[in-house]
Design a protein around this ligand. Structure first.
Ligand SMILES: Nc1ncnc2c1ncn2[C@@H]1O[C@H](COP(=O)(O)OP(=O)(O)OP(=O)(O)O)[C@@H](O)[C@H]1O
Ligand SMILES: [Mg+2]
Length: 365
């Protein structure tokens, strides 16, 4: 039964039931009086028939007025809020989160309105986040297609060169094959990065944590990095001030990704003729600080914290020829935080950028 019908029945019953009771009581009294003596009954009838009609009208009027007031009150305080809530829920079901229910009511309906508003705001935020995410994913797919197209075009070109006999000498053929190999490696790296990214997003990085000696670990890392930087003509320094026995708990493979991503950014965003990268491992009480500084183009102050967000690239990077999806540092941040560490960036725009990582030392109990 609808709420409106129920309210109507209640109000009609509010008039009819007292009327029936009143009439019943009246006739009951008349019968009782009639039972005593016929004379008394005659006098009673005479006296009461007019009075009865007046009384009935008066009671009916009072009941009608009261009923009207009650109906109005019930309509305003129960029916209206319920139907408003119903309409609001309908909108939510249709995916429209703009229907605001504001109230200064107290009591159950006040709570219900406020709970509805809470729920609506949360659903709205989730829906907006989902749309943002979908937009970013679409953007990422466009970027990836773009990044993958470059090596594929090169591979096709060089393969055609070999097939058409343009690479006539063995040296030329070797150069062409080497280029194809390098381009395929670029693609492989891009795809690997994406796979890692999807794993990072779903919290599925398979960490293998272990105790690592800081000095030994970085000495190995630096050897690899140093070779690559030397080939690229970038000056490189490494200083380590932590005591020789210092250890941290980390996944060596994943941590290498952190260092490599930061270094690859330093290389990618280098705009000086003589590039320079300085790595420092600093002892800081119960933690170690890893500072990786470059003399590249720097990051605007306003973007310093944003560079760790997924898909974020500074305007300068977006407008530059260097490709990138803006996911490298989001992966770095996730890995560092999964290790219980912190990462932040400082920069002087146009002059330098430093990535700082703080890592707790392993303490023997
Ligand atoms: N060393 C740096 N110097 C100047 N800008 C930097 C440096 N490191 C990061 N950035 C800025 O931060 C942005 C985000 O870096 P991130 O590594 O997340 O993405 P990306 O390098 O653009 O793309 P990807 O790493 O996914 O290929 C970069 O686009 C760049 O604008
Ligand atoms: Mg990067």
């Amino acid at each position: 039964m609808k709420l409106k019908t129920k309210i109507l029945i209640t109000c009609v019953a509010y008039i009819v039931i007292p009327m029936i009771l009143l009439l019943g009581a009246f006739f009951g009294i008349a019968r009782y009086v009639g039972g005593i003596t016929p004379q008394l009954r005659f006098e009673f009838d005479e006296m009461t028939s007019d009075l009865l009609i007046d009384l009935l009208f008066a009671v009916l009027l009072i009941l009608l007025l009261t009923s009207l007031l009650i109906t109005r009150w019930v309509h305003a305080s129960i029916y209206k809020p319920v139907s408003q809530l119903n309409e609001a829920m309908q909108k939510i079901r249709e995916g429209d989160f703009s229907y605001i229910l504001e109230t200064n009511k107290t009591g159950e309906f006040g709570d219900l309105y406020r709970n509805y508003e809470d729920m609506r705001m949360r659903l709205k935020e989730t829906a907006e986040e989902k749309t943002r995410q979908e937009d970013k994913n679409r953007e990422l797919i466009t970027n990836i297609s773009h990044d993958l197209k470059t090596p594929i075009t090169a591979i096709k070109g060089y393969a055609e060169g070999i097939l058409d006999g343009v690479a006539a000498t063995p040296e030329k053929t070797e150069k062409y094959v080497r280029t194809i190999y390098n381009k395929a490696s670029d693609m492989d790296k891009l795809i690997n990065e994406l796979t890692t990214y999807s794993k990072v997003q779903n919290d599925r990085i398979p960490y293998k944590f272990m105790r690592i000696n800081v000095a030994d670990y970085f000495a190995d890392c630096i050897e690899e990095i140093g070779l690559e930087l030397e080939q690229k003509g970038i000056e490189f320094t490494y200083t380590n001030t932590v005591p020789a026995y210092t250890q941290i708990i980390a996944d060596p493979e994943q941590f290498k990704k952190v260092i490599n991503n930061i270094i690859s950014n330093s290389i990618k965003y280098m705009d000086k003729p003589q590039g320079r990268i300085d790595i420092q491992i600093i002892d800081d009480n119960d933690q170690i600080l890893i500072d990786i500084a470059d003399n590249g183009r720097g990051i605007p102050q306003a973007d310093l914290s944003k560079v760790f967000e997924r898909f974020f690239r500074t305007d300068a990077s977006r407008n530059s020829a260097q490709g990138g999806s803006g996911i490298g540092l989001s992966i770095v941040k996730k890995i560092v935080e999964d290790h219980g560490g912190y990462i932040w960036a400082s920069s002087k725009e146009g002059i330098s950028t430093t990535m700082h990582i703080a890592f707790r030392k392993y303490m023997e109990l």
